[in-house]
Design a protein around this ligand. Structure first.
Ligand code: T4K
Length: 389
């Protein structure tokens, strides 16, 4: 009979770590090295390295077709994509965003002199709570930025309704949601514009990179100009712009990874299902669900430690790190508690109870094609042992 493992079998209980090499969250998904190198070779032979080169143009066409969206403007990263979109939509004053997101969502506003106003989230979806959004609208509010956290769509219809009712712009930070859908339509088609990150750690990466996508011709034109300092031809600057261009080598990685995306998706789903199976009987944790009627990229394995559990999230992080499983506390603390914002929002904690609670209980586990079932079994065993103590 298989011997039941105990606390002493954990590395924090004295045993050696389960893994010699660390298991990371966010290992990059990399397609065929040869294809990438071929693109790189062609690029070097051509001597065209950046500034809207042929690989960037081909990449933008692929993204447009894949999402069935009218315009894709590829940029150097997701944060700059947010900043340019915010500029192009002429947001000002106050903009409502979730506090439970990566700090870039808030910084992209603050960096441009706009006040991020933090709304609370839904405890199950971890996305904006429309009622909280509604309660924060003032005469200074110009927009709402929803985040499709973990690739799960923000409450798009409810936010559209609020935006229409109050005459606000609506944008989405879709950094996590490439390849995901809402009401059977690809994310990228909602609001005035949506922004993707193609960072190395994302489901789909271009090393560093991002894109703004929109179905609005005028906004697209403006963003395209703003990405390149506002130049409309030689010597003619028509907008205040920045250097937001995607390089050719990044587009080469994107084109390479397009060929590989379905494989990654299949592996991500396999990994998710294995976690779901092995964790299903541990009541101390809840694995966040994806809506199986929609397209999902299954990039994130997100666990909530139950309030009633014998251990807390930080205990679990400590136990996993001791085994060399480098789980992460995304996104703790909420943006409103980070140094640049906390003095400005001294009462935010009481206004954002769900954010504070979720941020204390969520842990993100290593996932993706490189993670094997045997490793998931060990991770699940660690959680099982902790929950028995
Ligand atoms: N909006 C949202 C909702 C976002 O989540 C993000 C980015 C953005 C906007 C902004 O988009 P970008 O400007 O970044 O395009 C990471 C990423 O750097 C960041 O892109 C991402 N969100 C965030 C959720 O995660 P960190 O501070 O956790 O990165 P780091 O260096 O700790 O790496 C994370 C893990 O990935 C580690 O376990 C190691 C592994 N890793 C990382 C890299 C870069 C690798 O194995 N290989 C690599 O090359 O922010």
């Amino acid at each position: 009979m298989k011997k039941m493992k105990t606390y002493d079998d954990l590395a924090i209980g004295g045993a050696p770590p389960a893994f010699v090499e660390p298991l990371h969250v966010g290992r990059p998904n990399i397609g065929s090295k040869q294809t990438f190198l071929n693109y790189a070779n062609e690029m070097l032979d051509r001597g065209w390295l950046t500034n809207n080169g042929p690989l960037v143009q081909e990449f933008e066409e692929k993204v447009k077709c894949y999402l069935d969206v009218k315009h894709c403007i590829a940029v150097c990263n997701g944060t700059v994509a947010l900043e340019i979109a915010i500029r192009a939509l002429e947001l000002s004053g106050e903009v409502i965003v979730p506090s439970y997101t990566f700090i870039a969502t808030a910084h992209a506003l603050y960096w441009q002199g706009i006040k991020p106003v933090f709304a609370d989230i839904d405890p199950v979806t971890h996305n904006l709570d429309p009622e909280s959004v509604r309660s924060l609208i003032t005469s200074r509010t110009t927009a709402i930025i929803g985040v499709h956290l973990w690739g799960r769509a923000a409450p798009i219809s409810a936010l559209e309704e609020i935006a229409t009712e109050y005459g606000l712009q609506l944008m989405f930070d879709a950094a996590h949601a490439f390849g995901c859908s809402y009401n059977k339509q690809m994310i990228g088609n909602y609001g005035n514009a949506e922004v993707f990150s193609f960072h190395a750690t994302k489901f789909f990466n271009t090393l560093e990179g991002g894109a703004v996508v929109t179905n609005d011709d005028q906004i697209a034109e403006k963003i395209r100009l703003m990405r390149n300092f506002g130049f409309a031809g030689y010597d003619n600057v028509v907008h205040p712009g920045t250097n937001g261009k995607m390089t050719e080598i990044c587009a080469a990685m994107g084109l390479t990874n397009f060929n590989h995306m379905q494989e990654v998706l299949k592996e991500n789903e396999r990994c998710y299902n294995e976690y779901a199976y092995l964790l299903s009987e541990i009541s101390a944790v809840r694995l966040c669900q994806y809506d199986l009627h929609e397209k999902n990229n299954f990039q994130y394995i997100v666990l909530e430690v139950a309030q009633s559990a014998q251990f807390n999230r930080d205990d679990l992080v400590t136990a996993l790190h001791a085994e060399n499983v480098l789980a992460r506390k995304y996104f703790w603390p909420g943006c409103h508690q980070m140094l640049p914002y906390r003095e400005k929002y001294p009462v935010a904690d009481s206004a954002l109870p769900v954010t504070c609670d979720v941020a204390e209980r969520v842990i993100v586990l290593p996932a993706g094609p490189l993670i094997r079932r045997a490793q998931i079994t060990v991770i699940s065993d660690v959680i099982r042992i902790l929950s028995r103590i």
